[in-house]
Design a protein around this ligand. Structure first.
Ligand code: APR
Length: 250
C-alpha cells in the first residue's frame, strides 16, 4: 500500500485517532524499551527496573535509572515525525493523539490534543500517594538525606519519591484510559506509529478501533503485533514517513 492511499484515508477521516509508542521518539535519540541500554545501564533490562517490585527492592537504583533517562530526554528535541503530527491538528482539529511515551516531545512539537497513558517522566510523585492520586511534587520541595544515598523523600509524609510513570503491573490513569478507549471506538481512521503492541492495555486500543470499523494505518520499520491486522502498513521510520504523508495530503 502506498503513502498516497494512506494520505487519502487520513484526509477523509472524520474522527482521526493516533497512537504513538517509543518508536516515534527514536529519531530524537530516545532509546525504545526493546533497545539494549548503554554504558552503566547495559547490564539491566528496562522491564526489570520499571516495576513496583524493583523500586521496593532497590529504590536508589530505580531512582537513578529514571534520573539518567530524564537527563537523556531533556537533551532531545522533537523530530520531523513529532512536528508532522502536531501539524495534523490544523487539518483535523478534533483528532486525538494517544501516547505511551513519557517524554514531552509531542507537546514540544505543538500537539495539544494529547492523552498520556503512561505518565510523565518530568514529574515526581510520592510513592505512597499520600495526598490521593498522582500529585506532582516540585524539585524545590524534595527532602534529601545528607549524602543522597536514597531517593528524595516526600515533604508531606516522608515516603520515598518516585517518577510519575506507569510501571509494569500498575494501573493506567483511569480518566486517560477511558477517554482513549472512547475515542478509539468512535474513530474511523487510526494511525498507529512506533509501537511494538506488546504492552496491554495500550496495545488493545487499535483493536477496539478496528472492531468498530476504523481503517488501521501503521508506521513501523519492523513487524509488530499491530501489523497482522493493519489495513495499510508503511514500513519505515516515522521521521521520514510522517512528513511524506503530510506532503501527499497537501
Ligand atoms: N519509527 C517508527 N517506529 C520505530 C522506529 C522509527 N524510527 N524505530 C523503532 N520503531 C518501532 C520498533 O520497531 C518497535 O515496534 O518502535 C517500536 C518500539 O517498541 P517498544 O520499545 O516496545 O515501545 P512501545 O510499544 O512504546 O512500548 C510500550 O512498554 O515498556 C513499556 O511503558 C513502556 O510505553 C512503553 C510500553
Amino acid at each position: 500500500m502506498s503513502i498516497q492511499q494512506a494520505a487519502t484515508h487520513i484526509q477523509n477521516a472524520k474522527h482521526l485517532v493516533i497512537l504513538t509508542g517509543a518508536g516515534v521518539s527514536k529519531e530524537s535519540g530516545v532509546p525504545t524499551f526493546r533497545d539494549a541500554m548503554d554504558g552503566l545501564w547495559a547490564k539491566y533490562n528496562p522491564e526489570e527496573l520499571a516495576t513496583p517490585t524493583a523500586f521496593a527492592k532497590n529504590p536508589k537504583l530505580v531512582w537513578d535509572w529514571y534520573s539518567y533517562r530524564r537527563d537523556l530526554v531533556s537533551r532531545t528535541k522533537p523530530n520531523a515525525g513529532h512536528i508532522a503530527l502536531a501539524q495534523l491538528e490544523k487539518t483535523h482539529p478534533d483528532l486525538w493523539l494517544i501516547t505511551q511515551n513519557v517524554d514531552d516531545l509531542h507537546e514540544q512539537a505543538g500537539s495539544t490534543r494529547l492523552i498520556r497513558l503512561h505518565g510523565n517522566l518530568a514529574e515526581t510523585i510520592c510513592y505512597n500517594q499520600c495526598r490521593g492520586g498522582r500529585v506532582p511534587i516540585a524539585p524545590s520541595d524534595f527532602v534529601w538525606d545528607a549524602d543522597r544515598t536514597t531517593p528524595p523523600r516526600c515533604p508531606h509524609c516522608h515516603a520515598y519519591l518516585r517518577p510519575n510513570v506507569v510501571w509494569f503491573h500498575e494501573m493506567l490513569p483511569t480518566q486517560a484510559l477511558n477517554l482513549a478507549q472512547t475515542v478509539c471506538k468512535n474513530s474511523d481512521v487510526a494511525l498507529v506509529i512506533g509501537t511494538s503492541g506488546l504492552v496491554s492495555p495500550a496495545s488493545e486500543l487499535p483493536y477496539w478501533a478496528k472492531q468498530n470499523g476504523a481503517t488501521i494505518i501503521e508506521i513501523n520499520p519492523e513487524y509488530s503485533m499491530i501489523t497482522r491486522y493493519a489495513d495499510i502498513v508503511l514500513n519505515g521510520a516515522s521521521g521520514a514517513i510522517l512528513p511524506a504523508l503530510l506532503e501527499a495530503m497537501a
